[in-house]
Design a protein around this ligand. Structure first.
Ligand SMILES: [Zn+2]
Length: 251
């Protein structure tokens, strides 16, 4: 397992590319229409904040993906957010209403793997070429779930025995911070592995000898996003968010 640092996107810099934005920024792209299938899915969310956040997320996924593609790819032509096709496929049940997302550029034949997460009013997007496996997640350091007290309950069910042993050695607030960082990594691994947190293997372990096999696979890259990390487009993550990007290039 190798760590990556830096934000990259210079020519030749390896994927994954990543970008973040506050969901509120979607309001400045109100002219960007969602597809009929997305509007139908939006209707399945509770009216108000949950539905608004879903819609804002789908808008920003296209805006950020277009921004990254325009920076990362050779300048053939300018890619507009509205032309990007966002599809999902579930390898377990073959559904296209949920599952691993991918991004297509109609007519160009190019496809990209993407992963995104919404946390505490922010969207994080990761993008990689082809059919690489990719998972991203954001965690809020201020989330009570990671705090002393509530954090202990989370530890009991979400962390493996070896992870708990490591956490117990740390003083708060380092323990709180590691809970949050590992939670983001667990989500990212579950997404990159394609099985999700409710998958067969349960919540993936990310430390110790029983850690998820993906983390030991050849070519795997893990990028820890510290608070105030700068994304590939120049946006700074807020001071209360940490993130994780797991990328497994296909051979
Ligand atoms: Zn499914």
């Amino acid at each position: 397992m190798h760590g990556l640092s830096g934000t990259g996107l210079e020519p030749g810099f390896p994927a994954p590319w990543w970008a973040a934005a506050p969901l509120a920024e979607a309001a400045t792209h109100a002219d960007l229409p969602l597809r009929a299938s997305e509007l139908k899915r939006a209707g399945g969310y509770l009216e108000g904040r949950p539905r608004e956040d879903f819609v804002a997320g789908r808008i920003l996924v296209r805006v950020l993906a277009a921004g990254l593609l325009n920076r990362a790819l050779p300048p053939r032509r300018r890619i507009l957010p509205g032309e990007l096709e966002l599809t999902q496929y579930c390898p377990q049940c073959a559904s296209t209403a949920h599952g691993t997302p991918s991004l297509g550029l109609p007519g160009a034949g190019d496809s990209f793997t993407l992963s995104y997460a919404r946390t505490a009013g922010w969207l994080l997007l990761g993008l990689a070429p082809g059919t690489d496996r990719l998972g991203v997640d954001l965690a809020d350091l201020d989330d009570r779930a990671f705090a002393p007290g509530d954090g202990g309950m989370l530890e009991d069910y979400a962390y493996a025995p070896e992870e708990r042993a490591q956490l117990e050695l740390l003083p708060e607030p380092e323990r709180q911070r590691l809970r949050a960082r590992w939670w983001a990594l667990k989500e990212a691994v579950a997404k990159a592995g394609g099985e999700g947190l409710a998958g067969e293997g349960g919540i993936p372990a990310v430390a110790g000898k029983n850690r998820h096999p993906l983390l030991g696979s050849p070519g795997i890259r893990v990028l820890d996003l510290e608070p105030e990390s700068i994304d590939s487009l120049g946006t700074m993550l807020p001071a209360h968010l940490v993130g994780s990007i797991v990328w497994a290039p296909t051979a």
